[in-house]
Design a protein around this ligand. Structure first.
Ligand code: BES
Ligand code: MN
Ligand code: ZN
Length: 497
């Protein structure tokens, strides 16, 4: 998509998207066209258009050389936020698509600039994210008439910005972040028959073409030699061999290491504790954590983040066969702790346990952040608009919360309560992998389990089970994969490196 920043009206574009603040007088459009100002005045008087945030008015009078002219209500100046910028841009994109047009021009950003509420750089970043994310669709398997398929927007013109330089810088960052989020969406939307551990390795190889990124892969044989007993057990029921993918991003020669670990279950049937109909259908989303980690490494490299970041993706499929692991099996994890399998559907924590213990030993990260579509309990607690975060370090947790607010890829804290610390104690083993259903607090007990596989590192666990995959689209997020975690971590690294 081509973007231009112009000082004059670009009438070569299909659609003009004008903004109006609640405080604004409709006469403010007389400088463009008196007829348009009149039409707006009439629409407001008749009540077919209101100036409250989010309202849309398609004008009758195109004029000005555009095929269409649309007015978006920006709401009160005082209430303008980065997220409103994203949603307004997303509205411009969806309107352009609905009109079957391919380009738009807008003065909205320059209007928001005048409020002084948001810096030009942040404004540019959020706008680019809104546009790029809204412009996404997953259509590679559609064979219907191309006329019926959403065309992507080809070009955008942003007019009349004062601080063009900072806007442009923010915009190119936001474009990278948006594209990497879309890249994660593509990975998660891919059918599970294609998205296997070996397929993900190919993806990681492509990311490692960047000169600052190196890929290490531990194959099944390496995992056996190194003693990844928990991860290997999960993979045992599948014809697809497990892989531990490690992307080392070297954005700085010195300074501490941050490790990201993403759950990479390419499909979660539940294993012998089989998921019932209604719960299994969306389970290709269960590698959403791994997708977010790989996409974040790609993003960090493209943004030139000055930090050492290790991205780790344990990949396997949780399937059923005569070779699959069973309830009652006792596994020896990488750190030698024994685990009784009390539920084969609690597989995510098993692969994360090995991956986290190995990563800490090998890379000595100061900070470890894991992302996982880990528990249905987290979806019950928080729904699909926000992820859960559980951390052993207040500062890290708050930094992630702030990055979440700014990017709107948000996280909400759950407590690692002292009272629940024994919930995962085994009876014939050190640990069991699932607490009794009656125990409750499923999102917390899962992290209690994970906490046994972290020693020194500051650690945050992010449960993305809710927001990673949507049954219905909203604003710039489509039905299906959302790329949750990519914006959160990218903002986190932009602010903390
Ligand atoms: N992948 C699921 C969690 C999940 C649920 C992700 C809904 C996305 C949407 C995970 O492996 C799982 O099955 N968790 C179990 C754990 C239980 C057996 C202790 C759950 O949440 O029911
Ligand atoms: Mn499961
Ligand atoms: Zn799972």
């Amino acid at each position: 998509m081509d973007v231009r920043f112009e000082d004059t009206i670009d009438t070569t574009k299909d659609l003009l998207v004008l903004g109006i603040f609640q405080e604004d007088d409709e006469s403010s459009y007389e400088f463009l066209n008196t007829l348009l100002a009149k039409e707006l005045q009439e629409a407001l008087a008749l009540g077919i258009f209101k100036k409250t945030y989010g309202e849309v008015y398609p004008t009758k009078f195109p004029g000005l050389g555009y095929r269409r002219v649309l007015v978006l209500a920006l709401g009160k100046k005082e209430e303008m936020t980065l997220e409103r910028v994203r949603r307004l841009m997303s509205k411009a994109v969806s309107s352009t698509k609905n009109y079957k047009l391919e380009s738009f021009s807008t003065n909205i950003l320059s209007l928001i600039e005048t409020t002084g509420k948001i810096s030009a750089e942040e404004l540019g970043r959020a706008a680019a994210e809104g546009i790029t994310l809204a412009n996404y669709s997953f259509k590679k398997y559609l064979t219907v008439n191309p006329e019926n398929i959403d065309k992507e927007i080809q070009s955008v013109t942003i007019t009349w910005m004062k601080d063009k330089e900072n806007l442009q810088r923010g915009f190119s960052q936001g474009k990278i972040i948006g594209e990497c989020t879309n890249f994660a969406k593509d990975l998660v939307n891919e059918p599970p028959m294609i998205m296997t551990p070996a397929y993900m390795e190919k993806i990681a190889e492509e990311i490692a073409e960047n000169k600052n990124v190196k890929l290490r892969v531990l194959d099944k044989k390496d995992l056996e030699e190194k003693g990844f007993g928990a991860m290997l057990a999960v993979a045992r029921g599948s014809e697809h061999a497990p892989k531990l993918l490690i992307l080392e991003y070297n954005g700085s020669e010195d300074g501490s290491v941050t490790a990201l670990i993403g759950k990479g279950i390419t499909f979660d049937t539940g294993g012998y504790n089989l998921k019932p109909t209604g719960f299994m259908e969306t389970m290709k989303c269960d590698m959403g954590g791994a997708a977010a980690v790989l996409a974040t490494i790609k993003c960090a490299a493209a943004l030139g983040i000055k930090k050492k970041i290790i991205g780790v993706a344990p990949m396997c499929e949780n399937s059923v066969s005569s070779t699959a692991y069973k309830p009652g099996d006792v596994l020896i994890a990488y750190n030698k702790k024994s685990i009784e399998v009390t539920n084969t559907d609690a597989e995510g924590r098993l692969i994360l346990a090995d991956a986290m213990a190995y990563t800490e030993e090998k890379y000595k990260p100061e900070i470890m952040i894991d992302l996982a579509t880990l528990t249905g309990a987290c979806v019950i607690a928080l729904g699909s608009s926000i992820s859960g975060i559980i951390s052993t370090n207040k500062e890290l947790q708050e930094a992630l919360q702030r990055a979440g607010e700014a990017s709107y890829d948000r996280v909400w804290p759950l407590p690692l309560l002292e009272e629940y610390k024994d919930s995962m104690k085994g009876s014939i083993s050190d640990l069991k992998n699932a607490a009794a259903t009656s125990y409750g607090a499923g999102a917390i007990t899962a992290s209690v389990f994970l906490s046994h596989f972290v020693k020194e590192s500051k650690w945050a666990h992010i449960d993305i089970a809710g927001p990673a995959f949507l049954l219905e689209g909203k604003d710039y997020l489509q039905k299906g994969a959302t790329g949750t975690g990519v914006r959160l971590l990218s903002y986190y690294f932009l602010r903390n490196s």
